[in-house]
Design a protein around this ligand. Sequence first.
Ligand code: BTN
Length: 254
Amino acid sequence: QYLPKEASFGKHVRWLPSCDSTNKTAMGLAGAGAPHGTLVTAWEQTGGRGRRGRAWFSPQGGLWMSLILQHPIALSRAAELTLLCSVAVRRAIRATCGASPDIKWPNDLLMGGRKICGILAEIRADGETVQHAVLGIGINSNIPATAFPPDLLAIATSLAIETDSTIHNLTLAAAILKELEPMYRDLEAGGAGFQAVAGEWRAASATLGRHIRVQTASKVLEGDAVDVDDSGVLYLRVDSGQVIPVHSGDVLFS
Ligand code: BTN
């Protein structure tokens, strides 16, 4: 699959047979001035990082990739990065694997209620500006059911399991980069960002319209997920009838 001539994403690729975390490696390379759009990918990660300090199961067969972003964006728009990424990954999966995952706020992709993709952005900010960022994408692509620890299989699955086919990781990675680059250019230019794809995000949402519990940094909130605004903030109608904004957290379905 060819990328447009002016493409930066994927022009440079650092491929590693094994590493602790592609995000960690990519943050180091970003700090050392690696070109914008450099992709770091590994066959397996021995210390894959998830959100909130969790470990990310990363055996061979999955697609573990981290994209280095060197063009600055406003810190106030950084949260849109992962939301845009979830839409880009979903489009790429639909185009290359024929599967249609749901999006769980803020940016997990699920099939049949089980997770197939997680996204972790790490940023280095200077005042109100993101100087560089690493967008880490983990896709359970070719991981057979037998490779998952049994407790994990209760909440996670893979594209290979769900589609009963072998996923071409390189094609999938290229498709993601192709979707993501114009979204990032728009964000960089101060454009509509998440707003431009919010309708698509809402239509694919496994969260909106459901009664959920959200684990935030300080507490668990419970209520009906009523909407997500154009910057990705989730609105929850709690028992008192009050609608409260949730800026970050993990959704636990009730
Ligand atoms: C989550 O908790 O849902 C986010 C998981 C992100 C995993 C990916 S795999 C590639 C990149 N390298 C890492 O160490 N983490 C991200």
